[in-house]
Design a protein around this ligand. Structure first.
Ligand code: DGY
Length: 319
């Protein structure tokens, strides 16, 4: 039987590539640089399927130029804001993603960011590392305690719920806003707010877990930062577009926000150079899902979707 031709755009986990190589006529971009529009368009004439990451953009312009040979885009990501889904649908190209499998890894990074931002991880590390720790004082690096504090979660999907489970271990009081209220089983005691505004009022810590869409673009703006309790901590492991970064900087400078933990930025890779001098902004380079366990699980989930598609079935994560 002729194997479908598959292009994997980035260096996925070894186990993923081994399995893909067994089951597909595979080409991997071992150079591991983001696939350009021209590369994606050219690949569509040579491959039946592509496994891209969020670094490859399937904009309406790119999709319009795709060769009809390409049948499926099986994303190695849960977020699909890099894909124009309507355009892909109109070209009859199937699109899948990898939900569930990265929720715990991403929630762990949200906890790390929350703790690191609240407890001065960057300045603390730097002062010891640079040999500048010459004195100790009870008034030194006093941070904000998570235990007993109120955590607001915007977007109580899989990652939001995984964070709630972990934050409960820190005895935080969980509040959330979501398009729909969760049933009691899923909510596990988390308190629902039917508006973002009402959630912000109580959120000493705030963590964002919603997709990047036109509606959520810059949802955390100047007005909303001002609605948070003074000195709140904000964490973002979802997408950079959710935050108006100029407004965040203003809120950090004024002290309205005491610290931020960011794994996502409006410009990626690179981040926002204006944040660099603020040690109360704890930053990571979009590594929420970067554990070996999760990378294997994401790769396998993308391949499960491809296998189902080429077996004539509906892939579990068809969008
Ligand atoms: C996702 O899966 O959306 C993560 O951000 C990694 O791409």
């Amino acid at each position: 039987m002729i194997k479908p031709r598959l292009w994997i755009t980035r260096r996925l986990s070894e186990a993923t590539i081994e399995r893909a190589d067994r089951d597909y006529d595979l080409v991997v971009n071992f150079e591991d640089l983001p696939g350009t529009a021209d590369q994606i368009i050219a690949a569509s004439a040579e491959f039946d399927a592509i496994i891209p990451c969020h670094s490859e953009l399937f904009s309406a312009n790119v999709v319009a130029k795709l060769n009809p040979r390409l049948k499926i885009v099986a994303n190695h990501s849960v977020g699909v804001d890099h894909c124009d889904l309507d355009a892909l649908k109109s070209r009859n190209i199937a699109v899948t993603n990898t939900p569930d499998v990265l929720s715990d890894a991403t929630a762990e990074i949200a906890m790390l960011l929350m703790l690191g931002a609240a407890r001065h991880a960057i300045s603390g590390d730097q002062i010891v590392r640079d040999g500048l720790w010459t004195n100790w004082s009870p008034s030194f690096m006093v941070g904000k305690q998570l235990t007993g504090a109120c955590l607001g979660i915007i977007g109580m999907g899989r990652v939001g719920r995984a964070l709630a489970v972990k934050a409960r271990g820190f005895e935080m009081e969980i509040h959330y806003h979501n398009r729909t209220q969760l049933d009691d089983n899923d909510a596990c005691g988390a308190i629902f707010h039917n508006t973002i505004e009402s959630l912000l009022e109580v959120s000493e810590f705030l963590s964002l877990h919603c997709p990047a869409t036109q509606q959520t673009n810059k949802m955390m703006n100047k007005t909303r930062f001002e609605m948070l309790p003074k000195g709140a901590v904000i964490v973002n492991t979802a997408r950079g577009g959710l935050i108006d970064e100029n407004a965040l900087l203003e809120a950090i400078i004024s002290g309205q926000i005491s610290a931020a933990g960011l794994d996502c930025f409006q410009v990626e890779p690179g981040g926002n150079p204006n944040f660099a001098k603020y040690k109360n902004i704890f930053m990571l380079p979009h590594i929420g899902s970067a554990t070996s366990k999760t990378r294997d699980a994401m790769g396998f989930r993308a391949l499960d979707n491809l296998d189902a598609f080429f077996a004539g079935k509906v892939p579990a994560d068809l969008l």
